[in-house]
Design a binder for this molecule. Structure first.
Ligand code: TMP
Length: 221
């Protein structure tokens, strides 16, 4: 099973993926948690370049190809071997992030992005994509408060430095994708409490994928 997670900065994906991974584990699934960019040794170096606020002069095309390069390595080293071994892969961001951040928000042509996806991921599609929907004003506030608390380092803030309108285009882009591919997307309201969001995700995953996750913090427990 291949499940991806998307959303604006500060939407709470990482926390929920951690809980969900524990829940999949308790239910007997061999689960791998991974993320883009930066889940391989090469990817970590690419991530550092991509998110460094000092790289504000990066061209849109350079950014696009670096995300593609990270993804190619990630598929080769982590995602495909895990799926081939029958594992459940929970992936924090995937191709939809490129479609939305580099496409809808930066304005790179859809055709070019689709061509790169077809070269890099070929016909691999997530079984389900969980979209954490949140007002960017709230998301950015959360992201900056995580920075102040030291939960995130300042050397990974190139996207947080973007204007609010950029993040609004990202949100709109994600919602448009979710409308276009209703069967693949599960949209959750990320403004709720951690508990509410978790329950919404677990019941959505159970319904959509026809499985029955039970465990701590789920209604089925
Ligand atoms: P995160 O790991 O904290 O979610 O940060 C990754 C950042 O990279 C986030 O701002 C979204 C951005 N991003 C893209 O712009 N395009 C992509 O394809 C991916 C995977 C992430």
């Amino acid at each position: 099973m291949f499940i991806t997670f998307e959303g604006i900065e500060g939407s709470g994906k990482t926390t929920q993926i951690g809980r969900l991974s524990a829940c999949f584990g308790e239910n007997g699934y061999d689960t791998v948690v991974t993320r883009e960019p930066g889940d391989t040794p090469i990817g970590k170096k690419i991530r550092a370049i991509l998110l460094d606020p000092d790289n504000s002069g990066m061209s849109d095309l350079c950014e696009l190809f670096l995300y593609g390069a990270d993804r190619a390595q990630h598929l080769f080293e982590v995602v495909l071997p895990s799926l081939n071994a029958g594992k459940t892969v929970l992936c924090d961001r995937f191709t939809d992030a490129t479609t939305v951040y580099q496409g809808a928000a930066r304005g790179i042509a859809k055709g070019l992005i689709e061509t790169i996806h077809s070269v890099v991921v070929k016909d691999l599609r997530p079984d389900l994509t969980v979209l954490f929907d949140l007002d960017p004003e709230i998301g950015l506030q959360r992201a900056f408060s995580a920075l102040e608390k030291g939960a995130r380092t300042a050397d990974e803030t190139r996207f947080e430095q973007e204007a609010l309108e950029f993040h609004q285009r990202v949100r709109k882009g994600y919602l448009a994708l979710a409308r276009a591919e209703k069967e693949r997307f599960l949209v959750v309201d990320a403004a709720g409490t951690q508990e509410q969001v978790f329950e919404e995700i677990v019941s959505g995953i159970n319904n959509r994928l026809g499985i029955e996750l039970r465990g701590k913090g789920t209604r089925a427990s």
